[in-house]
Design a binder for this molecule. Structure first.
Ligand code: BTN
Length: 329
């Protein structure tokens, strides 16, 4: 996107819902009115609709429904030095694209968002359904330079931040299911996949991937997901402003990362955990390395491992695994 296009968009967003005069825009940018009109055509091609009135100028009538780089950037409230955003129409996996960008020397932090993924991945190499259906596929890359053990609670911390952001943004209350699921009433609206590359015993780089079901319609899921997945729009009963949400989410992710890095996250972690954890006290089955473990969840340890009390009263800790809730008998 050209600087002129960017500036026109910023000005129109800042003035919303007021009209912005084409003459004033042209003067401000030092370009002709025809050039302003040409830039607005480009914005139209990207999915914007404008109202135009001879005496008043222009105003935004409709925003693009899918990811739009400038729309996200202009609404991003936090921007660490050197941060950049890449918005793609399609990629295999935003996590893989982030790794390629890291390998090519792109400076971190940066984010990759795609409208659709052809090989979206979840945990345990599962497929993450990634059609161009109004959902968010994003990866944020960092170069933390710490020992892997220091990142053990990172994904949980990010999940808690996402939950709090979603409450503020949508007035809906999600839950976090250890270790990486965002749920509404037991149905999955989001999943996180953090992948790190380690050199000797230091993390070289880290990619935090998030798939969030934002605006996909009810009934739009393949059969195997229909009963387990849900979108924010379904829960809220109306579609959300995708790019505003994406900007808020990115801002929160960058802030949460900073708090993790300087250690200040420890002040709020426990409170957020108690607020959003959906497993506490629940009887669950946890599958780890092909073995099933049954028990009641008693909490988390300092490293983010799940604590499970078995029928004999012994406590076991799990650093990874797949949890399912046992049905009440
Ligand atoms: C899970 O619940 O198993 C994690 C799902 C993570 C999906 C996201 S979508 C964006 C990023 N790119 C991927 O290929 N995976 C993550």
């Amino acid at each position: 996107m050209s600087t002129a296009e960017h500036l026109i968009l910023s000005e129109m967003l800042a003035q919303e819902p007021q009209w912005v005069s084409g003459t004033a825009l042209a003067k401000q940018l030092g370009i002709s009115r025809v050039a302003v009109w040409q830039q607005m055509e480009k914005l139209r091609e990207a999915g914007f609709k404008f109202e135009a009135r001879r005496a008043l100028g222009y105003r935004i009538a409709e925003r693009p429904a899918g990811p739009h780089a400038a729309l996200i950037e202009t609404q991003l409230k936090i921007r660490p030095r050197g941060f950049s955003l890449l918005v793609l129409d399609e990629t295999d996996s935003t996590n893989d694209e982030a790794v390629r960008q890291l390998a090519a020397g792109r400076s971190a932090p940066f984010a990759v968002i795609a409208r659709r993924q052809t090989r979206g991945r979840g945990r345990f190499g599962r497929v993450w359904h990634s059609e161009a259906n109004g959902n968010l596929y994003v990866s944020v890359a960092f170069r933390p330079q710490v020992a892997p053990a220091q990142m053990s609670t990172f994904t949980l911390w990010m999940g808690l931040n996402l939950c709090e952001l979603l409450v503020n943004f949508t007035r809906l209350t999600p839950g976090l299911k250890w270790p990486n699921d965002i749920l509404f009433d037991g149905r999955k609206a989001g999943g996180m996949l953090t992948e790190a590359r380690v050199d000797a015993d230091q993390i070289r780089d880290l990619v935090f991937g998030l798939g969030l079901n934002v605006n996909s319609p009810a009934g739009g899921w393949p059969n195997d997901l229909a009963r387990r997945a849900v979108s924010l729009a379904e829960v809220a009963g109306a579609p959300l402003d995708f790019n505003r949400l994406a900007a808020a989410l990115l801002g929160r992710t960058l802030l949460a990362y900073a708090k993790f890095g300087d250690g200040s996250y420890t002040k709020t972690f426990a409170d957020l955990w108690h607020r959003f954890d959906v497993l506490r006290g629940k009887s669950i089955t946890l599958i780890e390395a092909g073995r099933r473990h049954h028990g009641a969840v008693t909490g988390l340890d300092d490293e983010g491992a799940l604590l499970l009390r078995d029928a004999q009263g012994r406590t076991h800790r799990f650093r990874a695994g797949e949890v399912s809730l046992e049905k009440a008998r």
